[in-house]
Design a protein around this ligand. Sequence first.
Ligand code: AMP
Length: 868
Amino acid sequence: MKLVEVKLITRHVFFILLAATARAQVNPEMCRYPLGMTGGQIQDEDISASSQWSESTAARFGRLEFDNGDGDGAWCPDIMSEPDGLKEYLQVDLRSLHFITLVGTQGRHADGMGNEFAQRYMIKYSRDGSNWVGWHDRKGRQVIEGNRNAYDVVLKDLEPPIIARFVRFMPVTDHSMIVCMRVELYGCEWLDGLMSYSIPDGHQMIYRGLDVYFNDSVYDRASAERLTKGLGQLTDGTWGLDDFLHSHIYGMWPGYDYVGWSNKSFPKGYVEMIFEFDHVRNFTSMKVHCNNMFSRGVRMFRQATCYFRSGSEWEADPVTFRPTVDRMSQTARFVTVPLGDRTASAIKCRFHFSDLWMLFSEVAFQSGSAVYNTSLTPRKPGHPTNTLPGDDPTHKVDDSNTRILIGCLVAIIAILLTIIVIILWRQVWQKMLEKASRRLLDDELTARLAVQTQAFSFHHSSLSSEGGSTSNSTYERIFPLCADYQEPSRLIRKLPEFAQSTEHLGPSTSCKGVTAGGSDSAPHYAEADIISLQESSDSSTYSITAVNMNLFAGTDSSMKEFPRHKLTFKEKLGEGQFGEVHLCEAEGMQDFLDEDLSIEGNNESPLLVAVKTLREDANKNARNDFLKEIRIMSRLRDPNIVRLLAVCVDSDPLCMITEYMENGDLNQFLCNLRLKEAADEDKTEQEENEGKSMVSYSKLIGMAVQIASGMKYLSSLNFVHRDLATRNCLVGKNYTIKIADFGMSRNLYRGDYYRIQGRAVLPIRWMSWESILLGKFTMASDVWAFGVTLWEILTLCKEQPYSQLSDEQVIENTGEFFRDQGKQVYLPKPACCPERVYANLMLSCWRRNAKQRPSFQEMHAQLMESLA
Ligand code: AMP
C-alpha cells in the first residue's frame, strides 16, 4: 500500500473514530461547522421571522453570504425593533438539537443598493420550541456587538455555547435605523440528546479565607435551590483544571469551572441528579468529569447509583458503579460509569460523597443506536429527525446493530494499528535516508568552505560578530513559517469550518524541522531556499524541511568579489524596499568572469550590468535576506533565470551585480504594450515600427514559455520561488525573459502585497489557497502563481488580478477554494486567450487539489505545442 493511501485511510478512520467519540463529549473547539444557512442545508421553511419589510426581504433571504437571486439580499423586519430587542426576530429551526459555538451576521448591501445592518443584536434559543431562553455571556451580557457595515461578516464566539434546536436573532436598534440581517450558525449536532438536567445548585467554599463559588453560573433556566429543566456548566464542553481555584476562562472567580457540593448539606450522603433526554435511548455509559484534589478535601464520588425511566415510572433495578479510589493522583479526570445498555428517556443518578466535597465540571452520555417501533417523522435531506419528549416512547432495541458496531470498531482499531506501524516504519526509514543525504551535503559544504576566498572568510567573521548572531541562526530564518507564517492561517478564523479542520495543526507539527528566529521587521514572505520536500498527501501538515546551510559555505566559490571602484554609475533602474538598482558600467567584467559565466553576445567593454545595493541603514534581517539572495542566485544557472555575475560584500554597501536586462521588469514592459490584433497584421514595416508598442499573442505565449522553462529548471532543483509574478521577471533583448527576485520585496508594487498587522507581507493575489491558509509553499503553489502570471501576461498587466475584490475578499475567496462548494471566483479568461489554453492550462493551475495541478514540465510542453 502506498503511503498516500495509508494516510488517507488513517484520516478517514480518524474521522470515524472522532465521530464515535463525539457521541460522548463535544469539543467546542472542533465543533464549528456552518449549520446550513449559507450552504442551503437549512430549508427555507425552517427560517421564519416575526415580520418582514416586504416579500423580497422575507426570512428566507436571511442567509449569510447567500444570494439566491430573487430576494433583496437579506431579511429585514417590518417595524423597527424595540430598544430592548424583544420584538423582531429571525428564527432558525435546526430540526434537531445542536451544540452551537459561533454565530455570524452580515448586513444587506444588495450590490451597493443597500446599506442596512444590525449594529447590535441578542439571541434567544429553545430546545422544545415553547420555552425560550435569552443567551448571555459568562459575565451576564446579553447584547452582542454586530455589524459595522453592510458587507463584512462578523463572527461571534458563543461563550458559553448554546444547546438548542431553535435560535432567534433579535436586532437591537434605536429606531433611527432600518436593520437587515443575514445569519449563519456554527456548531455540530448534539448527539448526547440531553435536553435538561436537574441538580441541587452548587455551594460556596471558603478556602483559606478565599470565597470559592461552585454554583452553576451558566444554567439556562430560572434557578432556585434546585436547578431544573435547563442545561449549564455540566454540558458547556469546558472541563475544569486540576486546581479548582483556577479557571480555563480568564477573569473568572475561583471555582468557576466546577459545580460542587459540600457533604455537610446532604444528610443522605449523596447528590441526586436527573437527566432528561430527547427520546428513549440505549445507554452505554456516562462520563463524569470530577476534581480529585484530596489535599483540599475534594474527591471524586465513591459510588454512583443510576435509575432509568422510559415511561412515567422509574424502574426498580438501578445500575450501581464504584470507581477505584485514587489516593495517589490529584488530577481531575473523566470517570466512566457503565450504564449496562439500559434504555431510558431519563436517568436519575445518585453520586455518593467520599470526602468533604464533590466537584463536577462536565457530564456526557454515550448512547448506542436504537431502532424504534414508533412511526418516526420522515427524515428531511440534511436534517436528522428529532423526536422530542412526549413523543411515543415505545421502542425496541436492535442488539445486532450494537454488535455490528462493536465489530466494526474492533476491525477499525486493528487496521489503524497496522497503519500506525507502517507509518512509523516508513518514517524511521525516511529519517535514516535524510540523515544520510544531510551527511553527504555537509561533507560537500565543508569541502567548499575550505576553498573560500579570504575576502569571504573575513566577511564571515565580521558578520558573525555583528549583533552577536551566528550565521547559522541567521539562516534558520530562511523558512519563516513558524513565527510569521502563522499569520495567514489566523485568517482562517474568518472561515469557521476551516478553523476546526486545522485544530490538529499545532505549530510543532506544522513546522517540522524549521526554526523561526526572531524578527524585528516584517519579513518578506517570498523568501526562498533550496529545499527538500517530503511528499505529503496530507494537505494539513507541512512537510518541508529547509536545508539549513551556512551562507558562505553555500555560496558558490566562483562568486568572486568585484572591485567596487571599477563600477561606474550610469542611471537608477529601480528601487526596492531595502535598496536601489543601478545601471553601471563594469570595467573588466568580461575578463573577470569565469568562462561559463560570460554573457552571450555581449563583448563590449565595459560591460553594462545591473547593480543592486543594500541601503546602508538596512537592519540585520534585511542584510541577511540580501546575503541569502546572493547565496541562492549564485547557484542558479539557466537561460531563463537572471544571472548573478559578481558581488561586492567586502564592505558596505553590499552589492550584487547581475546581468542587465534592457527592458526592465515584465509588468511595466507589458503595461506599456498593446495587443496586436488581426487587423494590425497587414501594416507596412514603417507602421509596424511606429507601432512597436504592440505585441502579438504568440510573442506573449513565447514569454510564458520562457517563464515555464525557468520554473522547470527551478523545480528540477526542488526550488520553490514563492513569488512568481510578472513584476519579478525581467525582460532583455528580443523578448528574452528571465525570472528574478529571490528574496526582496519592492516599493513599486506595494499594492500587490497584503500586510497583516505589520507582520508578513503576502502577495495574496498570486498565492494558492494552501499557501494562504496553511502557509504551505510547494512547487504546486508556484504552479498556481504561474497560472496568475500567465493571466497577467495575456491581459498585458492592464489590471491587478481580482482587481474588483478587496484584499479581505480575496482571502474570503481563498476560503471558498478550500470549501470547494463551487463558490470560488476564478480569474476570467483574458480576451485574447483561446478557450483551450484557459481551460486546459490556466484553470488547471488553480485546482484545489495540489496534486492535480500540472507540472512545469507539462506546462512548458503544452505552451510550446500551442506555439507550433
Ligand atoms: P528589485 O526590487 O531588486 O527586484 O528591482 C527593482 C526594479 O529594478 C525592478 O522592478 C526592475 O525594473 C529593475 N531591475 C532590477 N534588476 C534589473 C536588471 N537586472 N536589469 C534591469 N532592470 C532591473
